[in-house]
Ligand binder design. Structure first.
Ligand SMILES: NC(=O)c1ccc[n+]([C@@H]2O[C@H](COP(=O)([O-])OP(=O)(O)OC[C@H]3O[C@@H](n4cnc5c(N)ncnc54)[C@H](O)[C@@H]3O)[C@@H](O)[C@H]2O)c1
Ligand SMILES: [Zn+2]
Length: 365
């Protein structure tokens, strides 16, 4: 076995009702709550207001799906202009709310978002002028953003996306309470669950994989394959919600150390130009990417074989069947992308930063 290292500094609190421990986790510090707009109507925001009481310094609930530079600019300025926003951000929501919080927590010298964007545009690490702590409370069971140190910031107008990743942007704690996910509608439940499956598989066919990420990934992928179809039939089942929350968390632990690979590299274009939700965009190509991964590296094949029952050669077809049964087409044409464009898209994705993490990149290029 080659030498390897694994690092994840996030304290994990898991279980139904565990959100009630937020006041203890704040340890007397004041916090700004960052959440999704529907949290008020679902009764979640009133509950959090009561729970946090005087520790609550402010609420930002106008977060948008796939946080875009356009909307973040105003949120960021308002947040950093406020004299008492507290030491902590508590992010309660899906990947969009948690990634918004990660962008907000990194303070620039003049409090302007443009300054942060300029730093992100360099693609290099930088030392933040000031920074808040983050407690992440996921409500979609998908992105794993509660245990990763990075966030995606979109700029649709320019057809670009930025990746924020600093030692300071790891959450200090992840509070994973499956009860909070019970209100999530079927569409986002499916997309989030498939995002978790994608994180697990992408961390296996990845040049950065290690035995710890593999353990997490195999268990997460097997759990999603077994649980997601049942959950789609019984979205109010807390036991199934718990299993998906745990699968998404463990997939997050896997890819927190490997990053993603080809399926995510392809997804960015599909989200930006074809409007696909992240979880669908990064999962409908999983059978195609799996077929390219098999045979690239015998050790990776052995790990993939632990995910799928039956001969590995049949796994791409079985995975396509799994997705189609959930109503997710695995064909580019279904999303308005013709074969010539899909070939170009895959070639560009292989050349992207995430594409280069893919073990089959050299062979496929
Ligand atoms: N940082 C990371 O590690 C990471 C990883 C994967 C994806 N992402 C990002 O995450 C985003 C997608 O996140 P997502 O799939 O969690 O979806 P999301 O956060 O966009 O949420 C989907 C929808 O569900 C609503 N919602 C969220 N929780 C709810 C609940 N419990 N009940 C009812 N409605 C609820 C939201 O308001 C939104 O309308 C993308 O922007 C993607 O780039 C980040
Ligand atoms: Zn993802």
């Amino acid at each position: 076995m080659k030498p390897w290292q694994y690092h994840n500094p996030v304290a994990i609190h898991f279980g139904a009702g565990v959100v009630e421990t937020l006041p203890q986790l704040l340890r007397g510090r004041r916090a700004t709550l960052v959440t999704f707009p529907e949290a008020e109507a679902f009764g979640l925001l009133p509950r959090l207001r009561r729970l946090l009481g005087d520790s609550l310094a402010g609420v930002i609930d106008q977060t948008q799906p796939n946080p875009d530079v356009d909307g973040l600019d105003a949120l960021y300025r308002a947040f950093w202009q406020q004299p008492d926003s507290g030491e902590v951000i508590v992010a309660v929501g899906g990947g969009s709310a948690m990634d918004t919080a990660k962008a907000l927590m990194v303070g620039t010298g003049n409090g302007s978002f443009d300054a942060l964007l300029a730093l992100l545009a360099t693609g290099k690490p930088f030392a933040p002028h000031r920074v808040k702590s983050l407690i992440a409370v996921p409500t979609t069971s998908g992105t794993g953003s509660e245990v990763t140190g990075w966030a995606t910031v979109w700029q649709r107008a320019a057809g670009r996306k930025y990746s924020l990743h600093l030692p300071e942007t790891w959450p200090e704690a992840a509070v994973v309470d499956p009860e909070l996910v019970l209100s999530l509608p079927p569409g986002p439940t499916l997309a989030a669950g498939l995002d978790a499956l994608s994180h697990a598989l992408e961390s296996i066919w990845n040049v950065n994989a290690n035995p710890v990420s593999d353990r997490h990934a195999v268990s997460a992928a097997r759990e999603v394959l077994a649980t997601l179809p049942k959950l789609m039939q019984a979205p109010g089942d807390l036991e199934l919600r718990s299993r998906m929350a745990f699968a998404a968390l463990t997939a997050g632990l896997a890819f927190s150390n490997t990053r993603t690979a080809l399926a995510h590299s392809i997804s960015y274009d599909m989200t930006m130009h074809h409007g696909l939700p992240h979880g669908i965009a990064c999962s409908f190509t999983l059978p195609l990417v799996l077929a390219r991964a098999i045979g690239a590296d015998a050790a990776r094949d052995a790990v993939l074989a632990r995910v799928f029952d039956g001969p590995l050669a049949q796994a791409p077809a079985a995975l396509a069947d799994f997705l189609e049964r959930l109503g997710v087409s695995t064909r580019f044409e279904s999303y308005g992308v013709d074969p010539a464009e899909s070939e170009r898209l895959i070639a560009t994705a292989l050349d992207g930063v995430r594409g280069k993490n893919f073990i089959g990149a050299a062979r496929a290029a």
